[in-house]
Design a protein around this ligand. Structure first.
Ligand code: ADP
Ligand code: MG
Length: 376
C-alpha cells in the first residue's frame, strides 16, 4: 500500500477523501472525533506545501438535502486547522483556495454507483489523490475507489494506521490473542467470530450476541434481544468452537430496555419470561477481565450489555477497565464500543481505537477493502 511517503505533493492540488460522517443534532456536530482523526494527514499535507480539496459523505441522502450539508464539518475543520475552508456547492463551482471542501459526495447518486464519469470529474480537479477515509474503505464508490485509479494515489496516515493495526492482529499477534465480541447484531458479527475461532486463543462473547447461542443450547432467553437468523450460525459456531469459545455463565436482567426498570441478577443464563438479559453478570465479567489481563493481544468489538443504561453498564465497564489496564496490544473497533470507552474516560488507554466499524470488521474477516486495494 502506497503511503504519504510515496507521494510528491509540494505545490500540488491533492484530493483527500476523508471520513467526516459525524453525528449531527439540529445542524450541530455532537462528536468531532472523525474530523480530528484526519488532522495528522491534513496537517502533514499542508506542511509539505499541498493545497487540499476534501471529499466526504454525510449520512444517506437521496439527492441534495440541506440537512446533510457538509457546511458544519467544513466550519469545524476551519477551527481545528486554523485556516479558511471554502465549501464548493458543486463540482462545476469549485472555489480557489488552499483548503476547499466538496459538498456531500452522496448528493450525487453516481457516487455510490462508482460511476466512471464522476470519478473522472473528481480526478480533473486535482493532481493526486489521498484516501484517509478508513470508515468508507469497504465501499467501492467513485470517491473511494474509482478516482484512485486515475491519479497518483496513496493512503493517508489514519488509513495507514488502521490497516497496519488490524492486519497485525491477523498476521503476527502477540499471544495469547483474545477476541471480545459483543453488541447487538449477531448476523453482522458472526463471521468475525468464526474468523477469531480459527485464529484466537480465546473468544469471549457478551452483549445480545450470546442469546442465539443460549437458545441453540436449549436455554430460556425470555424477552432478550435474540435474532432468529442468528440461531443457526450460533449452532454451527458452537459445534466448531471447542474450548476457545467462552459464553457468559451469569447475567443481569431487566423488565424493559430502560434505566428505571426493575433489575435482577441471574445466577445462570436462563432468562425467565417477562425479563430480558441486558448485561453479563459479575462472575462472567470478572472471568473475562482475568483472560484479558493475561492476553498478548486483545481485539474488542461490541459492548457487553446495554451500557447506555446505568444498571446494565457494569459488565462493559469491567471489560473496558481490564482492556485499559492490560499490557497487551489492545485494539477496539465499533462505534458503540468506542463510545463506551470514551464514556468511561479510557479512550486514550488503548493501543488503537478504530474509527471504522464495518471496515474494521471486514478487514478482520479477511475481506479485501476496495478503497485499500486501489492504493496497492
Ligand atoms: P458496536 O457499535 O461497538 O459495533 P453494536 O452496534 O453491535 O456495537 O452494539 C451496541 C448496542 O448493543 C448498544 O446500543 C447496546 O445497548 C446493545 N446491547 C448490548 N447488549 C445488549 C443486550 N443484552 N440486549 C440488548 N441490547 C444490547
Ligand atoms: Mg453500533
Amino acid at each position: 500500500m502506497r503511503t504519504l511517503d510515496d507521494l510528491e505533493v509540494a505545490g500540488k492540488r491533492v484530493l483527500v477523501r476523508v471520513d467526516f460522517n459525524v453525528p449531527l443534532d439540529a445542524g450541530r456536530i455532537t462528536d468531532d472525533t472523525r474530523i480530528r482523526a484526519a488532522l495528522p494527514t491534513l496537517r502533514e499535507l499542508r506542511e509539505k506545501g499541498a493545497r487540499l480539496l476534501l471529499a466526504a459523505h454525510l449520512g444517506r441522502p437521496k439527492g441534495r438535502d440541506a440537512s446533510l450539508s457538509l457546511r458544519p464539518a467544513a466550519d469545524r475543520l476551519a477551527e481545528l486547522l486554523d485556516e479558511e475552508v471554502a465549501l464548493a456547492p458543486s463540482l462545476d463551482d469549485v472555489p480557489d483556495g488552499d483548503v476547499v471542501m466538496l459538498e456531500n459526495v452522496r448528493f450525487e447518486a453516481a457516487e455510490t454507483e462508482n460511476d466512471a464519469v464522476l470519478a473522472r470529474r473528481y480526478a480533473d480537479l486535482a493532481d493526486c489523490y489521498v484516501n484517509d477515509a478508513f470508515g468508507a474503505a469497504h465501499r467501492a464508490h467513485a470517491s473511494t475507489e474509482g478516482v484512485a485509479h486515475l491519479l497518483p494515489s496513496a493512503a493517508g496516515r489514519l488509513l495507514e494506521r488502521e490497516v497496519t493495526a488490524l492486519r497485525r492482529i491477523l498476521e503476527a499477534p502477540e499471544r495469547p490473542l483474545v477476541a471480545v465480541v459483543g453488541g447487538a447484531k449477531v448476523t453482522d458479527k458472526i463471521s468475525v467470530l468464526e474468523t477469531f475461532l480459527q485464529r484466537a486463543d480465546r473468544v469471549l462473547v457478551g452483549g445480545a450476541m450470546c442469546f442465539p447461542f443460549f437458545k441453540a443450547q436449549g436455554h430460556e432467553v425470555g424477552d432478550s434481544l435474540c435474532e432468529e437468523e442468528g440461531t443457526e450460525p450460533a449452532r454451527r459456531v458452537l459445534g466448531a468452537g471447542g474450548d476457545t469459545l467462552r459464553l457468559p455463565t451469569d447475567l443481569v436482567a431487566g423488565r424493559a430496555f430502560a434505566a428505571d426498570t426493575e433489575t435482577k441478577a441471574l445466577d445462570g443464563v436462563d432468562v425467565p419470561g417477562g425479563w430480558m438479559g441486558l448485561d453479563i453478570g459479575r462472575r462472567t465479567a470478572a472471568g473475562y477481565a482475568e483472560v484479558i489481563r493475561d492476553a498478548g493481544t486483545v481485539f474488542w468489538n461490541g459492548p457487553m450489555g446495554a451500557f447506555e443504561l446505568a444498571p446494565f453498564a457494569a459488565g462493559t465497564r469491567t471489560v473496558a477497565e481490564a482492556v485499559a489496564e492490560s499490557d497487551a496490544v489492545t485494539v477496539v473497533g465499533g462505534g458503540d464500543s468506542a463510545a463506551a470507552l470514551a464514556g468511561f474516560g479510557l479512550a486514550d488507554r488503548v493501543t488503537h481505537l478504530s474509527t471504522g466499524g464495518g471496515a474494521s470488521l471486514e478487514l478482520i474477516e479477511g475481506k479485501r477493502l476496495p478503497g485499500v486495494e486501489a492504493l496497492a
